[in-house]
Design a binder for this molecule. Structure first.
Ligand code: SF4
Length: 306
């Protein structure tokens, strides 16, 4: 999607056209948003020119687009909305130092949510954030701290901050090993142990995790700081009422099929039958269709837990 975004901004839509429909819509939104920022100015999308070196950091980052005339850079992010503030501070600092400016704006394009998050930095602010990260990294007593990035971390399998809490919650495991792979092997070593583990994990989730999560939300709602957590709200999705749709159909002369197509061309059986019933219409059983059923795992009672 990054490559399709950059290529389309340089005028080549071949990659964009190869994306699945939903991904294509997401990337198109990101392209339009970027062009709204650029107006008539140049958008740099060449990967080599997008590399950013930040003093004090060995790693060289790569942005997705840059508008140097406006001191703006943009980063396309797929999937969940996460905190990228430190990464953006590093990009902003590198850009400010190479473009000799005192302010830089980094825009995160969370394309799956069609939501943008803007970080505006002065040189001092970016420098302060980057210095804090570098000194934490160089601290001889540093301890791993689980964060948003653990899922991508090469150390995850043996990281004490991850394996430790998992070990502690695994009371069904007989001997405690030190890697996630070994723990996974143990919990799945027999169907009995697997079932037993799932029972215990379910209790943990229902009785502790769900409780703790609700409690934390309640406290944060009262303005209390819960270390390592925050409440974020995403923009609600836009919708139009039946009256507006009817008016649009009437004005444009759209057919019923056209309107139904807007909703994916189908209505669930229960809703349609209730609607038809009110109007004294009985749909034929031959006209109804069934989607593929789903398979789910449900909990059963067992007599003993060994
Ligand atoms: S897995 Fe461990 S080392 Fe990796 S990011 Fe998470 S806490 Fe840090």
């Amino acid at each position: 999607m990054d490559a399709a975004y950059r290529a389309a901004l340089s005028g080549n839509i071949a990659l964009l056209d190869q994306l699945a429909a939903a991904d294509k819509t997401s990337v198109q939104w990101a392209i339009e948003t970027t062009l709204d920022y650029a107006l008539d100015d140049t958008v740099i999308v060449d990967e080599d020119s997008l590399k950013v070196k930040t003093s004090g950091i060995e790693h060289i980052g790569t942005e997705d687009a840059r508008i140097p005339s406006k001191s703006i850079s943009l980063d396309l992010k797929t999937g969940q909305m996460r905190n990228y503030m430190e990464q953006m501070a590093a990009y902003a600092l590198g850009n400010m130092e190479s473009h000799f400016v005192d302010n830089w704006t980094c825009i995160l394009l969370f394309c799956d949510f069609q939501t943008q998050v803007t970080h505006e930095f002065t040189h001092d602010e970016a420098k302060e954030i980057v210095s804090r990260i570098i000194s934490a990294y160089k601290d001889p007593n540093k301890q791993p701290t689980p964060c948003d990035y653990c899922g991508w971390c090469a150390m995850r399998n043996t990281c004490p901050a991850i394996v430790g809490p998992v070990e502690k919650s695994l009371t069904v495991v007989e001997s405690v090993d030190t890697t996630l792979d070994q723990l996974r092997e143990q919990v799945s070593s027999s169907p009995e142990r697997l079932g037993q583990f799932l029972k215990m994990a379910n209790v943990f989730k229902k009785e502790l995790w769900d409780f703790a999560k609700d409690k934390a939300k309640e406290l944060m709602g009262q303005g209390v700081d819960v270390a390592g957590w925050k409440i974020s709200t995403t923009k609600g999705s836009e919708y139009f009422t039946a009256e507006v749709i009817a008016e649009a159909a009437e004005t444009t002369g759209a057919s019923i099929n056209d309107i139904i197509g807007l909703f994916g061309g189908e209505i669930d059986g229960k809703t349609f039958r209730a609607w038809a019933d009110k109007r004294g219409y009985a749909p034929s059983a031959l006209d109804s269709k069934f989607k593929q059923g789903t398979t789910r795992m449900t909990e059963t009672k067992i007599k003993t837990l060994k």
